[in-house]
Design a protein around this ligand. Structure first.
Ligand code: PLP
Length: 373
């Protein structure tokens, strides 16, 4: 019997372990009144550029804005098409539409949940300007193939790395592989703030300069606005908190990998359950933002209910592919046209995973699942 509910993430336990450093960081920002811009934001930007091995890193107020300003800076506009996956958080495609361009969805690989790189070329038209691969659940998409296609058709690649900070492809951190990489510091992410936050990384000076202007009302110099932009800033308190946490990120990601290994070992022999196949492509290093099972016997929702009744949280990421959402009805994509993602949405179930999840809790969760099946 699990008496205290096991949540998907446990942010308070993480906080208690680094409380002194976090509180000290917040106090420093308040002492220096460095709330917007300034030392702590610049310091964190520098650390992130170093971490991702890129020349530039720019703090923004969310992962959504990171994607939005990246596309905007690259000149994506009305009439353009942008290829992406239908199996992602809404924001990935929302920003394409917000700029007047059209999202073009490519079905996914059922083994990785990422965009199926073999289906991209058939969706390219003379309007296609960019590809947004999403490194879903923390597993890098097949970047070799995606970059090769992008080069062949002269397309931009914007990595949606919002769920994958610290993940690697061929020994390189995600985010720094395409033209622009986008991160979210939403509280449930692997590197998480205590509020909203986001970032772009790039090696392209022109794009960096453009995003710097766009995030600051289109100005380089205060009160001298050269174009229409937005207000999108990472605040000092979030930056200082994230600087503290960045030092622990590799360790936390390693713990997530260990937890996934334990889950895989203990759940791998159940016929009706498929555990994540993370090692198909030896080039990828998964950071398990989510640990996601496929429940193959049609009883996913029942299992979820059973776990909930027994004090274990689980989540369905995502219940619908993007082309089924009301907001994208205007694209007129027929049901059945992206069969893999449509099937996956009925099978996926994500279990609790976070660095501090202890063995006892993992075993309790596994026992419960085994009892059910
Ligand atoms: C894949 C993906 N893209 C974009 C976003 C948007 O990030 P944010 O919530 O920081 O705006 C998220 C996170 O929620 C995400 O998971």
């Amino acid at each position: 019997m699990i008496t205290k509910k096991i949540q998907m993430v446990d942010l308070y336990t993480q906080y208690k372990l680094i409380k002194k450093e976090i509180n000290g960081a917040i106090e420093s920002v308040i002492k220096d009144s460095a709330f917007i811009g300034g030392f702590y934001v610049e310091k964190f930007e520098k650390e992130m550029a170093e971490y991702c091995d890129t020349k530039y890193a720019l703090g923004l107020n969310s992962g959504t804005d990171a994607l939005y300003l990246a596309l905007w800076a690259l000149g994506i506009k009305e009439g353009d098409e942008v290829i992406t996956t239908p199996f992602t958080f809404f924001a990935t495609a929302e920003v394409i539409t917000r700029l007047g361009a059209k999202p073009v969805f490519v079905d996914i690989d059922p083994n990785t949940f990422n965009i199926d790189e073999n289906l991209i070329e058939e969706k390219i038209t003379n309007k296609t300007k960019a590809i947004i691969p999403v490194h879903l659940f923390g597993l890098p998409a097949n970047m070799d193939k995606i970059l090769e296609i992008a080069k062949k058709y002269k397309l931009f690649v914007i990595e949606d790395a919002c769920q994958a900070i610290g993940a690697e492809y061929d020994g390189k951190k995600v985010g720094g592989l395409g033209d622009v990489g986008c991160f979210s510091f939403f509280p449930s992410k692997n590197l998480n703030g205590y509020g909203d936050g986001g970032m772009v990384v790039t090696n392209n000076e022109k794009i960096a300069e453009k995003i710097k202007m766009l995030r600051n009302h289109g100005s380089k110099i205060k009160y001298f606005n050269d174009e229409i932009g937005v207000s999108s800033r990472l605040d000092g308190i979030q930056a200082a908190i994230l600087s503290v946490k960045l030092k622990y990120l590799n360790k936390w990601n390693k713990s997530r990998q260990n937890i996934a290994d334990i889950y895989n070992k203990l759940l791998g022999d159940i016929n009706s359950i498929e555990v994540p196949k993370y090692n198909l492509d030896k080039k990828t290093k998964h950071v398990y933002h989510q640990y996601t099972l496929k429940i193959k016997n049609g009883k996913r929702d029942e299992l979820k209910k059973y776990l909930e009744e027994n004090n274990v949280s689980s989540m369905i990421y995502y219940p619908l592919p993007l082309h089924f959402l009301k907001a994208f009805e205007y694209l007129k994509i027929k049901k059945g046209s992206l069969p893999v993602v449509e099937k996956m949405c009925g099978e996926v179930l994500s279990l609790p995973i976070y660095a501090e999840l202890d063995d006892k809790k993992i075993i309790d969760i596994v026992k419960l699942i085994k009892k059910y099946v």
